[in-house]
Design a protein around this ligand. Structure first.
Ligand code: PML
Ligand code: MG
Length: 302
């Protein structure tokens, strides 16, 4: 497979005097694509960067890289969604799952310190599952999980699942036409959205919001599936740092990808990722795998 990697970073200055040193990273996105799709995907990344909820970017950086190593294949995690109505309940659900995975209370407390800190990290924190020690070499940058993509077959299947998650229930429509309403977003949109996206009857805003949400979950599932494919990672917890995105997840080989609605309140800026790792993990090898090894996610057993 001839593959290319694109990544887009946007930065927002928070101190005009120290412009170059003090650029705040506000978002990133990436994937592994066939070369013919690279132009199209770069345009999408630019569009996303320019409309990001964390703020208008001062700088957008796009990197396109030829992947020389053949990607390894890892299985996609199965997706479920928990019932959760508040950040406190979310914390309880996550702590419960982590304790079932033999992760210590100290490690959980340290993880929540990272996830709820005002100062968000660009990448993920690595926390040793029993001692609770943070072992990522650079505590500000963290570990940037990179070089992951999805096969076309798995992507099609994943999108079908995600449409059902984001737009699940048919509801009564007072105009006497069948409609559907998202249990999570509350948006009511015409029933044929998936086959008629962009056609009359579908407002741009609804259409865009649904599409953005599906992209967010898709990218998170791909990343979490790569992380879970590491032998030394027991679990990962993520809270989006986007102020308008309040669903997080806990992912592990044992439980799959469990979505946690209301993990934070609307408008809050904190967020991040933590990975709980085995005690005797070779940190350099793990970082090499997460940041450098190209991985394509596929459906289980294919
Ligand atoms: C992010 O990239 O902002 C994190 C997204 C987490 C997605 C959780 C979900 O809705 O499944
Ligand atoms: Mg973000």
């Amino acid at each position: 497979m001839r593959a290319a990697k694109t990544s887009c970073k946007i930065k927002n200055k928070n101190n005009s005097k120290l412009k170059t040193q003090n650029l705040e990273h506000i978002s990133g996105a990436e994937g592994i694509y066939d070369e013919k799709d690279v132009h199209k995907i770069c345009n999408k990344y630019i569009q996303r960067a320019l409309t990001h909820p964390r703020g208008e970017p001062d700088e957008i950086v796009i990197t396109i890289e030829k992947i020389k190593q053949n990607p390894d294949i890892a299985s996609i995690l199965p997706i479920t969604t928990s019932q959760c109505s508040s950040p406190d309940e979310a914390r309880e659900t996550i702590s419960q799952r982590l304790s079932e995975l033999n992760i210590s209370k100290k490690a959980v407390v340290n993880a929540f310190k990272v996830l709820t800190s005002k100062k968000t990290m660009r990448g993920a924190s690595l926390i040793v599952m029993r001692s609770g020690k943070r072992v990522e070499p650079d505590k500000e940058r963290g570990i940037r999980v990179s070089r992951m993509g999805i096969t076309k077959t798995a992507e099609r299947k994943l999108l079908q699942i995600l449409y059902k998650i984001v737009i699940p229930a048919k509801v009564y429509d007072p105009t006497h036409r069948a409609g559907i309403q998202s249990r999570e977003t509350g948006f009511r949109i015409p029933r044929l959205l998936t086959s008629r996206a962009g056609k009359p009857g579908i407002t741009g805003t609804h259409d865009e919001m649904i599409k953005n949400k599906i992209t967010t979950i898709k990218e998170a599932v791909i990343l979490a599936s790569k992380v879970a494919s590491c032998q030394s990672v027991i679990a990962e917890v993520c809270i989006s740092d986007d102020p308008d995105y309040t669903t997080g997840y806990i992912a592990s080989k044992r439980f799959g990808y469990l979505r946690i609605p209301n993990i934070k309140k609307y408008g809050e800026m904190h967020g991040g990722r933590v990975m709980f790792i085995k005690e005797n993990t070779e940190i350099e090898d793990l970082i090499g795998y997460l940041e450098k090894r190209p991985i394509l996610i596929n459906i289980q057993g294919k």
